[in-house]
Design a protein around this ligand. Sequence first.
Ligand code: HEC
Ligand code: HEC
Length: 326
Amino acid sequence: MKKLFKILGIVLVIVLVFAGGGYIYLVSAFPKVSAAPELKIEPTPERIERGKFLANSFAFCIDCHSDRDLNKFGFPVKPGTEGQGGIDYGEGAGFVPAANITSDKETGLGSWTDGEIFRAITAGVSKDGRFLAPMMPYPMFAQMDKEDLYSIIAYIKTLPAIKNKVQEKNLKFPVSLIFRTIPADANNFGKRPDGTDKIKLGEYYGAACKFCHSQSDKGNIIPGKEFAGGVEFQMPDGSVVRSSNITPDKETGIGNMTKDIFIAKFKACLNEANLDPKSRGYNTPMAWNFIAKTASDDDLGAIYDYLMVQKPINNKVDKVTLQGVK
Ligand code: HEC
Ligand code: HEC
């Protein structure tokens, strides 16, 4: 018996040394990204205009990085809080508040260079090189057109300074180690479609839709689940909402939804009367009102066209599990 304990003891020591060594390796070797690029983005009116459009629509920057009204359907942005950060996007991974991205020098991005902002958005590290959690969807932004990213940066630098010190994130183990390994230099930038090919345009603008409407494993969409929905979101009241199947499957997706109805679903959320979660029977993380305010019928139509050429996937999603109801 004594001998067995001794052997077990040795095995335990070996395991601990390896685990400890692995820990030290991960912490010292990651995140692995290059220095921020030298970049001076000329804030032309065209860039600021384009950046304003993207940040307030399909790139969702202002949606995530503002205070949001938790009592309204789709949690619309509270006017006057644009860019101040603070809302927690940790879901199961811990506490991950959105950063202050206003021009405030102390608590926002006011002292960052253009290159440092560019690196944060595309490679996933902060000014001081610390990793960003992928709730900030930098792998998605790393596939945008560089010129569009310059436009977004030119625009967010115009956000009025709001002094708001956001708390440090607090990740659970082992995601705290895994997230550290995800940041990477961006080297696969996309090309902004010129708009003549609606399906291409819909694909470009629909990246975030795909992100929320496809089940993934460690940040990678599971092949065959593209747009099939079923991703769970915990609502502040404890209920669970699942993203819809938006593939063209006629039975379980949106194959029977016309383009007009698709667009109207968004535009209806411009009407204050439709933003009462009580009359809707549930609330949702999907920023219906936010998108409706900025996106044109044409932009939404392009996304619809793109969705309609996706593979139909039969996947029935139960939209809501209300709190306390099983
Ligand atoms: C889904 C929500 C979400 C979206 C969309 C989003 N962000 Fe973030 N962002 C976050 C969160 C959460 C953090 C904090 C991550 C962390 O601390 O690890 C963050 C961090 C950042 C940072 C780092 C700031 C710092 O102090 O380290 C910058 C810069 C930033 N975001 C800019 C943007 C821009 C620009 C866009 C649009 C192109 C954008 N974000 C879109 C959630 C989001
Ligand atoms: C933050 C995650 C999130 C993002 C981003 C998102 N959605 Fe959703 N979406 C949901 C959830 C959750 C639901 C189900 C609850 C509801 O109806 O709002 C939903 C519902 C829908 C529905 C309703 C389908 C039906 O059968 O009624 C459509 C259409 C839709 N989304 C399209 C889109 C499009 C297009 C985009 C991109 C512009 C998008 N979504 C972005 C989470 C998201």
